[in-house]
Design a protein around this ligand. Structure first.
Ligand code: GTR
Length: 345
């Protein structure tokens, strides 16, 4: 059953790619002045691009994507149109990233956790407990090293534009769990990357990497015992309906990233590059505000639905348990980890 679902999804994305190539989506179309544009704009190229998003239309990252698209449209005098495709309509994150590398999808918003399999530098974001809190994370992301990491995506045929708020990830399970020891031996779904596998091993958990869209049915049928995510995803994916024990250990803050295909980026004029980059940066505060609201709402809704929430009182044993993972990766990510530490002050 799972196999045929996968086949259908990949067949569907093939059709979508073929469709977009045939329709010349994302190609230059030198036509009449776009609506709302000036006479000077009429001489410049017009574009229609697609942006892939895994979350539903009302989710804060999707709202951030839409704000970005709106600013680009406005500031280009209607010449650059970015259509946001929510709810994984264009595929799961791994498949979307592959298509972005090819230039078949022009933009996407994904987790830096999913990016780790495509760009080694991005593994650092999945390391546990590297950020003390949201403020610490943003101070790092908005500093020089954060910007450098966005740009480093060019080596992987992409161009990072801005980060979005990701909240903190915690475990949720079908069986009651109130402490670290309770997770022992459980099969827990993680985003597909090696750092996640190492973290789970350090916590005596069986990591089960799989696509986000498969988690609900895997929880339902008992293929996995649990997963981990932030409040907004726990709520919007309805995972709380099938795994109602939420243990707030907050092991990761894995930034969301808005990015473009390098193929798309390279064909933009300097003026259009500036418009796109600035619009991405200017949509961040809006996304962060929307995140706060949605996060509070999600918490209230899952509680009202009967989720059992346990706040981890002492995080030290968790941090101790995953220390070998940090030690393993410290040499590789030394410069970035030093910059993250420096951003604490
Ligand atoms: C969410 C994130 C998604 C996706 C998902 C997952 O928090 O926003 O982009 O990566 O987690 O666990 O796969």
């Amino acid at each position: 059953m799972k196999k045929s679902y996968k086949l259908t999804v990949s067949a569907l994305s093939l059709v979508l790619v073929a469709g977009s190539l045939l329709a010349g989506c994302g190609k230059k179309e030198n036509t009449a002045a776009p609506q709302g544009g000036t006479a000077a704009d009429a001489k410049k190229p017009t574009y229609t691009f697609r942006l892939a998003e895994t979350h539903p239309p009302d989710y804060p990252t999707t709202l951030g994507d839409k704000k970005f698209a709106e600013l680009v449209k406005e500031r280009s005098g209607g010449r650059i149109k970015i259509d946001v495709f929510p709810s994984a309509q264009l595929g799961e994150e791994k498949a979307v990233i592959e298509q972005v590398q090819l230039g078949a999808i022009e933009f996407t918003r994904v987790s830096t956790g999913s990016m780790a399999g495509f760009n080694k530098d991005y593994g650092v974001f999945s390391l546990p407990y590297i950020f003390d809190n949201e403020a610490h994370m943003w101070k790092f992301l908005q500093g020089a090293e954060g910007e450098k990491l966005l740009d480093s995506l060019q080596a992987s045929k992409m161009k990072g534009l801005s980060y979005f708020e990701p909240g903190a990830r915690s475990f949720y399970t079908k069986k009651p769990v109130t402490k670290l020891e309770d997770l022992k031996g459980m099969k827990i779904r993680v985003i597909q990357n090696q750092v996640n596998v190492d973290i789970m091993k350090a916590l005596n958990v069986n990591a089960t990497p799989m696509a986000y869209g498969e988690v609900f049915s895997s929880l339902q049928t008992g293929v996995i015992d649990g997963a981990e995510n932030n409040y907004p995803s726990y709520y919007s994916s309805k995972h709380y309906e099938v795994a109602k024990n939420y243990l707030l250990d907050q092991h990761q803050r894995v930034p969301e990233v808005l990015l473009a295909s390098k193929a798309t980026w390279d064909k933009l004029s300097d003026e259009d590059k500036k418009i796109v980059k600035q619009a991405a940066l200017d949509s961040v505060q809006y996304q962060r505000d929307e995140w706060k609201k949605y996060e509070q709402d999600s918490e209230a809704k899952v509680k009202a639905a009967g989720a059992v929430i346990t706040q981890v009182a002492d995080i030290k044993p968790w941090q101790e348990a995953v220390k070998p993972v940090i030690d393993k990766y410290r040499p590789e990510y030394k410069a970035v980890l030093d910059a993250i530490d420096a951003a604490k002050k």
